[in-house]
Design a protein around this ligand. Sequence first.
Ligand code: HEM
Length: 499
Amino acid sequence: MDEAHFRELCDYLGFDAARVGSLSGVLGVVEPAFPKIIDEFYAMILAHPGTRRILRSESQVGALKKSLLEWMSSFFTDARDGAYLERRNRIGKVHVQIGLAQVYVFAAMGLVRDRLAAAASRIPDAKGRQAYLAALHRGLEVELAILADGYMEADKYRDLIENAPEMIHSVDREGRFLLVNGTEQRLLGYTLEEFQRLRIDDIVPEARRWEVRSHIQRVFEHGLSHVETQFITKDGRVLDVEIHATGQRDRVTDRIVATRAYVRDMTERNKLQQTLIAKERLSAIGGMAVTLAHEIRNPLAGLSGALQVMERAAAVQKRETGIYAELQGQIRRLNRLVEDLLQYGRPITLRSQRTALGDLVTRTFDLLREGREFKDVALDLRGSARETPVMIDPSVLQQAFLNLFLNSAQAIGGNGTIRVGVDREGDGILLTVADTGPGIPAEAAGRLFTPFFTTKPQGTGLGLSICRRIIEAHGGRIDVKLDGTPGAEFRIFLPLEAA
Ligand code: HEM
């Protein structure tokens, strides 16, 4: 409470210097009742589990009795000035800090009021008694208002802390949670009750627990520490976090009793950074690949031409020509690698136009139908968004579809059905390409879109990387189903409007 508000309150309740005079004038008569009132006050606190657990030890009760005695005496004697208000505000703050619910303060004040009023019987003259009682009730209203104000003040800060953009918590030396703000409860998925049963160790991956333990130790020893580690959410997601903590000191002993920690979720930022690094690396590789591919293409063409001449000569002499076919096969393979490399390294420029994805899928499949790998492959195209126009470059996106369909056809050994779904999702289209092949081996899953990674003996390892580049150039995303069931399913999200 500020001083202006305090003055207004005293005015409103009619509590002025004269009232303080009515109290101090009878102090000598009423004071002998104080020790018993204070004993009753603490008996009441100790009798109730809600208030009892606030107290840490018997010795604290002794100190508190002294505090309350001082409080009572100063209530009778002290001028209601700025310094008085400051001391009273502090009591309110202490109660909020120790987590004492407001209702107990009201109950305790009720007891104090009751017993001090009863002490009026010690005042011999009726006028003095009346003046005392009037001053007592008004004075205690002021005290209660200041204590209650401490809670209102705290409420303002509570929202700031509870809903801060960052996670905030406090743990003791053993890592038990003492306090967890709303943001941390929401992000990690645990309720406050669940947190109260957990230690910080329980939400850190095993391999990194030592890191967090020594961080807490540093806070207790040096008063502050900083650590980058990981938290596991209730549903098993791993978050990269950065914790900055300081030590919270006991008001009486001045010893650090808990950490005060600010935790920032760095997962998205780290992911972004890694993607950026990967992109930079890939674009460097891409640049080099294009140069190399250009250099290789010409000698390859020369080699192929020379071989054809030799093959013809061999045919004339009726010699074995199988070896020439084999050599031509190998050259074709090298050519494909060179073409893929060129395509992978070339910057993608889009000439987007509104296109229905269903049509593009059918056209792409028609192109492939004649190929050896597609002889017994059927297309099953479904979904409510087949006709929905999407801003894409059909000739560029077709290349991605070609690669995906080729993959699927190879996975089912050229015999079976490729299922394609085209459906609305949010502000875009979700296109799924599924086959009934063996599925993606778990160990391959994480590297599927990495250049030069392939599980096929004849593959260049660039098909899916090219796909991803094309889809990302359209502002979309591609990923793959990884639930361990057979059959691969690629999921492509494309925004309706170009990014
Ligand atoms: C009329 C109601 C109350 C009054 C006037 C009162 C007064 C005080 C005063 C004067 C202090 C010392 C503050 C300081 O260090 O500056 C204090 C602290 C404290 N009060 Fe109260 N109190 C009231 C109700 C309660 C209740 C109901 C509890 C229940 C447990 C309680 C528990 C405490 C504790 C634990 C501290 C000390 C914290 C610490 O120093 O570690 N108080 N109170």
